[in-house]
Design a protein around this ligand. Structure first.
Ligand code: T5A
Length: 225
């Protein structure tokens, strides 16, 4: 029995974390075991890497170095959290994953595609996403939303980038969705919270109908809430 590995991708402030939390509650209420994780992060080691990359401390060493750091954080998250959870039949909801490296480090960072894919294959072995939601919206809308929740220290290393880079990332995610239509579903994230929630629920219901989730629903009384 293997669980389902569902990843959420997109630009800054697209609403991924908000929807992941809501969806997790819904799935738990339906009787599924659900694990939420994020990238970079999830484990103690990966959270330490998160601090290094998002603070901008690694930026001076170049995009290749940042790509390696994201891959290192991913390796830890996969080995410590994601793979064990999938093996137990859990539904794993991950806020960003390999597509963020393809887009942020590859498309906008200029890191060699083959180098990225080699690291991706090594790190994600046994933990490839079954389904990926690409939250699509104009970058200026996402950045304005993100700005509302910035901590006192302001935008992080990637939020500070030029609007052109954010636009290139948006196109990069859309290209991945086009290249891998069996795995990716694009969600119009510029809509209201209620409409985005509805679009996501509809897509999840259709997906679960087709794949017959390997994660077995437990009886309601055992559901974690
Ligand atoms: N990165 C990451 C790489 O470069 N390479 C990699 O391999 C990986 C894994 C991570 C950064 O690292 C980069 C990408 C990122 O720049 P992060 O803080 O985790 O940093 O970045 P985000 O994932 O972008 O986190 P955000 O919090 O900015 O975006 P979310 O999670 O998409 O948005 P969310 O849910 O927090 O919502 C933001 C605000 O908008 C509101 C929410 O209430 C919240 O206030 N909101 C809406 N408002 C109106 N309408 C809606 N539909 C809304 N949905 C949410």
């Amino acid at each position: 029995m293997r669980g389902q590995f569902i990843t959420f991708e997109g630009g800054e402030g697209a609403g991924k974390s908000t929807q992941i939390k809501r969806l997790a509650e819904r799935l738990k209420a339906d009787g599924y075991d659900v694990l939420i994780t994020r990238e970079p992060g999830g484990t103690t080691g990966a959270e330490a890497v998160r601090h290094v990359v998002l603070s901008g401390a690694a930026q001076q060493f170049g995009a290749d170095m940042e790509a390696v750091l994201f891959a290192a954080a991913r390796a830890d998250n996969v080995e410590e959290l994601i793979k064990p959870a999938l093996e137990e039949g859990t539904i794993v909801l991950c806020d960003r994953f390999m597509d963020s490296s393809r887009v942020y480090q590859g498309v906008s960072g200029g890191v060699d595609k083959e180098f990225l894919l080699t690291m991706e294959r090594a790190v994600t072995e046994g933990a490839r996403p079954d389904l990926t939601f690409i939250f699509d919206l104009p970058p200026e809308v996402g950045l304005a939303r993100a700005a509302d929740v910035w901590a006192d220290d302001g935008p992080d290393r990637f939020e500070q980038d030029d609007l052109k880079l954010h636009e290139a990332r948006r196109q990069g995610f859309l290209e991945i969705a086009e290249e891998e239509p069996d795995r990716c579903i694009v969600i119009d994230a510029s809509q209201s919270l209620a409409k985005v929630s509805r679009a996501l629920d509809t897509a999840i219901d259709a997906y679960f109908k087709n794949v017959k989730p390997k994660a077995k629903p437990k009886s309601k009384s055992r559901a974690k809430r």
